[in-house]
Design a protein. Structure first.
Length: 397
């Protein structure tokens, strides 16, 4: 493994994952800082974040470009706090959404004390990796007279998915990566098997500066509950829906309502109205490109009599009669009305399955038992419309 960075911090020994149970060997000053996690789509960023943090904060999926938002996970150890910044894959933007995602990546990188550059063990180094490297170099390295690059912040190559390689193949891969750039360190891991993740933590701790704890010990994410739930829903939808549609889906958590103390669940009386399934045959026609066909006007339609979908399972109905539950209202935005039946599924089968998968994790995020309402709405061509991108949460930095 190379260590070519002049001002690189030496990794500190004695840290291991596991939060409060982690032990420190020797006496080291406390460290804290931001580590940006970058890599091409599908390299395993989200899975690694989850393995590092030991909990589900970023969504994972077998489809590329799942991650749309910068998600921060906070790893608190006895002598260090690492704030991990997950980034949407750096890629060539095709839509305005893509451009904004790239802007988010810029913002994440600007804050970073060090970079974890993920490279998949099971794939050749490709144009996507080279594009990321040149972007990192343009922001974080200087070219010396002899043509070599020196990093201004530590850049650690994290070789992911090593469980897919034999030992011999891994050695060859590590040598290729060593040739690829003068990384501060190279750490092979399997997030799936939790192999060498502790070593990665130890190395990353060494890349952040001395400093006090930035967040309370119990905090693992900077994300709001709404945002965590929206990411979770997107992840579940990606698993559920099998074609390209999910990438034209946006998820917005409209509200999380907590029950008033000692009041019965007043939603129980609405259940029949909500239970009616309309299967998206409604009038969100392709008609206009006018300003009116945006999120708000479609929202109005879907919250009226022809509301697309609030599928009630018997369990939901039973749950509604039990007081002291929270209620989460979620809107799924598609780009065209013809996409609604795909999301909803025959006899609402997709929504029913999605809700079933969501129940437990949403309860955990909300902190109590929760009823979930899902509405499917149309936000015409939202990926290319600046106004709608703003409304759906993809703001300019
Ligand atoms: N075998 C193996 N598969 C992994 C490992 N880590 C991730 N994967 C798989 O790789 C795929 C992509 O993982 P993600 O964590 O969603 O990747 P990502 O880089 O966050 O993806 P984007 O959000 O699209 O950028 C999923 O199918 C994971 O199960 C690993 O350590 N070993």
């Amino acid at each position: 493994m190379t260590d070519a960075t002049e001002d690189n911090n030496t990794p500190q020994p004695g840290f291991e994952t596991g939060g409060a149970s982690a032990a420190q060997v020797g006496s080291q000053p406390h460290r804290s800082g931001f580590v940006a996690v970058v890599g091409r789509p599908n390299v395993g960023k989200s899975t690694l974040m989850n393995a590092l943090l030991g909990t589900q904060v970023a969504i994972t999926s077998s489809r590329p470009e799942t991650t749309r938002k910068v998600i921060r996970g906070i790893l608190t150890l006895p002598q260090a706090q690492i704030v991990l910044v997950d980034t949407p894959g750096i890629h060539r933007p095709r839509t305005l959404l893509g451009q904004r995602l790239n802007d988010m990546v810029d913002a994440s990188l600007a804050d970073a004390d060090s970079i974890a550059f993920l490279l998949p063990a099971d794939q050749e180094i490709g144009p996507g990796d080279r594009r990321i490297l040149s972007r990192l170099r343009s922001e974080f390295a200087k070219k010396d007279d002899d043509g070599t690059w020196t990093w201004r912040v530590p850049v650690v190559a994290v070789v992911t998915k090593i469980d897919l390689l034999s030992r011999g193949e891994l050695m060859t891969k590590l040598m290729q990566i060593d040739q690829f750039a003068n990384f501060t360190d190279i750490v092979p891991v399997s997030a799936q098997d939790k192999d060498n993740v502790d070593e990665l933590v130890r190395v990353l701790v060494g890349t952040i500066p001395e400093g006090p704890q930035l967040y309370p010990t119990e905090q693992i994410s900077e994300e709001s509950k709404e945002s965590q739930i929206a990411e979770l829903v997107r992840g579940v939808l990606l698993e559920e829906l099998t074609d390209e549609l999910p990438h034209s889906l946006a998820v917005v958590v409209d509200s999380i309502d907590y029950p008033q103390p000692e009041e019965p669940d007043e939603d129980a009386e609405d259940e029949d109205a909500d239970g009616e399934e309309s299967d998206s045959e409604e009038s969100d026609s392709e008609e206009s490109d006018s300003e009116e066909s945006d999120v708000e006007s479609d929202s109005d339609k879907t919250t009226g009599e022809t509301q697309s979908q609030v599928q009630q399972t018997p369990r939901d109905k039973q749950a509604q009669q039990t007081p002291q539950k929270a209620r989460v209202s979620i809107s799924l935005y598609v780009e065209r009305s013809s996409q609604k039946p795909i999301v909803i599924g025959h006899k609402a089968e997709h929504i029913v399955r999605v809700k079933k998968k969501l129940r437990t994790p949403i309860n955990r995020i909300v902190g109590m038992k929760t009823n979930v309402d899902i509405y499917v709405k149309v936000a015409k061509n939202w990926q290319s419309d600046p106004k709608q991108l703003d409304r759906l949460g993809f703001m300019m930095q």
